[in-house]
Design a protein around this ligand. Structure first.
Ligand code: TNX
Length: 509
């Protein structure tokens, strides 16, 4: 009997197993149903239209599907012939979607329904869809190429609300395009934050209109003697907007009172008498520079700098550094941190600082970032502050993989890919309750790397593991299971032209 025109075509999909899909981060709950959704030219994307942010998420998915498969799917505008299968991105009020980035996916033969309460949740959910689309189409099931997506149900939400990486654009400068490429990869692995280390001894990287010499003088150097560089305010805003389109928050850092040689070289009144005289620094030493904590003019200067950056930064945070101020007297250091905290709050931002800031009397709303002193993290937590977990020994992307690694340092040890993955931020600091943890960050310091490809070599594949540690529940963290899923990331990394370290610990496909 001839099939009626409107009847749906029956495709005989091979048996699938959604629970074995190589998703990173691993979702909370996956229930496979063994069948499949066939992504093809007859698929349309629809979204809730009451919230324009949902439509943007749909457009983003369409763009990714186009570059991965060549299929040009309509968003909220299908014609009758391509309505056979539907991907619907729905704003839902379900109580199961309490966490701001939670999502649910229902994948059936003829539809994929993505439910989320917020556009951020929908955006995280479409990363799961992207990861489920195979690299190769199946060209034998029907008369046209079809990308077989395993059917089933996924319920998912992040463990932490702060899942971050840091780029040090100061020791070596990275271009806007290099930063955007990094943001794309962060988005794919469900990170929601990028911290930019915008100033240090060797270079100042952000234009400040009221203090132009910061970039004219302080921006013209970097480690090893290269030409340095800086972001104009327009370029910084462009990075912020690019990140926001991917539901990623930019956290700007101006490191102080130490790590300030480039600023003091630009404006000598900032310089602290106990610090080394400012000069162009292209070496890798730390701990010799400081702002003068006792001068009112230093705080007026910082009010301008923080004010200009805060005005361009929609996210809630401002990072003041605060690490390794070895030449600043302790009393001056404490005075400085407390005064700068007031300035940050005046500009409506929440202060973050490296763990040393816990020596000061912090406002409980301020956040301490653990890198080397658990006792300071505990002190800050006792005072009510939230903690970001970034231990150098486990989460520093600039540590060498092993003794023969080409780039990187090893002062905190070597971090092979398995060591970077086999720990749990929830239990890393003894005595720190999980309620006190804001999230996790993997910082990439750039003393030994000077271009995008070297940056990627240190970050990948370790960064991918930190995405999972920040998102997936502890009971899902398992190296043997993870390494199989990591191996399956090679086609994505290759398609994105990301230079990764092909560790022998993983059986790359
Ligand atoms: C320590 S971690 C630093 C940075 C260096 C890094 C190199 C931290 C807060 N300070 O200034 O770049 O080590 O690994």
């Amino acid at each position: 009997m001839a099939a009626c025109q409107t009847e749906k075509e029956e495709i005989n999909f091979p048996k699938t197993d959604l629970a074995n899909a190589p998703l990173i981060p691993k979702p909370i709950k996956t229930i496979p149903t063994g069948s499949a959704f066939g992504l093809d030219a007859k698929t349309a994307i629809y979204t809730s239209t009451t919230n324009p942010e949902f439509e943007k998420v749909g457009q983003f998915l369409a763009g990714n599907i186009k570059s991965k498969t060549g299929l040009d799917l309509a968003v909220n505008a299908a014609s009758e012939d391509n309505l056979e299968r539907l991907i619907y991105i729905n704003q839902s009020d379900s109580v199961d979607l309490e966490s701001p980035e939670a999502y649910q996916l229902y994948i059936k033969r003829d539809s994929i329904l993505l439910n989320a309460k917020t556009a951020a949740g929908a955006f995280r959910g479409i990363q799961t869809i992207r990861q489920l689309i195979p690299e190769q189409s199946n060209d034998t099931l029907t008369d046209r190429p079809i990308w077989v997506i395993p059917s089933g149900k996924i319920m998912d939400a992040p463990k932490y609300g702060y899942r971050s990486s840091m780029l040090d654009v100061s020791r070596h400068f990275f271009t806007v395009d290099e930063v955007k490429k990094y943001i794309d990869a962060l988005a794919y692995y469900k990170f929601n934050t990028l911290h930019l280390h915008l100033s240090d001894d060797q270079g100042w990287r952000i234009e400040i209109k009221s203090w132009p010499k910061l970039t004219e003088v302080g921006g013209a150097s970097e480690v090893g003697g290269g030409e340095g560089g800086f972001y104009t305010q327009e370029q910084y805003k462009d990075i912020v907007a690019y990140a926001a389109d991917r539901h990623i928050t930019i956290v700007p850092e101006i490191d102080m009172p130490g790590h300030t040689n480039a600023a003091s070289l630009s404006y000598p009144f900032l310089h602290y008498a106990g610090a080394e005289t400012p000069r162009v620094r292209t070496d890798m030493k730390v701990g010799y520079s400081s702002f003068d904590a006792k001068k009112d003019t230093v705080y007026s200067f910082l009010d301008d700098v923080i004010g200009e950056i805060a005005a361009m930064t929609p996210g809630p945070y401002f990072h003041i550094g605060g690490d390794e101020s070895h030449v600043t007297k302790k009393s001056d250091y404490i005075l400085f941190v407390e005064k700068v905290e007031e300035i940050v709050q005046k500009h409506n931002k929440r202060m973050i600082g490296w763990n040393e800031i816990a020596q000061a009397e912090l406002d409980p709303n301020s956040i301490a970032q653990l890198w080397n002193e658990p006792e300071n993290a505990l002190k800050a937590a006792e005072n009510g502050s939230k903690i970001i977990i970034s231990p150098a020994k486990k989460a520093y992307l600039d540590m060498q993989y092993d003794s023969i690694s080409e780039y990187g340092l090893h002062w905190a040890g070597y971090i092979p890919v398995d060591v970077g993955y086999k720990w749990d931020p929830e239990t890393y600091v003894e005595g720190l309750a999980k309620e006190n943890i804001l999230g996790i960050e993997a910082p990439l310091w750039s003393e030994t790397i000077s271009n995008g490809s070297e940056l990627e070599y240190l970050a990948f594949p370790r960064l991918i593991g930190y995405g999972e540690l920040g998102w997936s529940p502890s009971e899902h963290l398992n190296w043997d299971d993870y390494k199989e899923r990591l191996a399956a990331q090679a086609p994505y990394l290759e398609a994105m032209e990301i230079n990764y370290y092909p560790t022998k610990l993983v059986d790359w496909k």
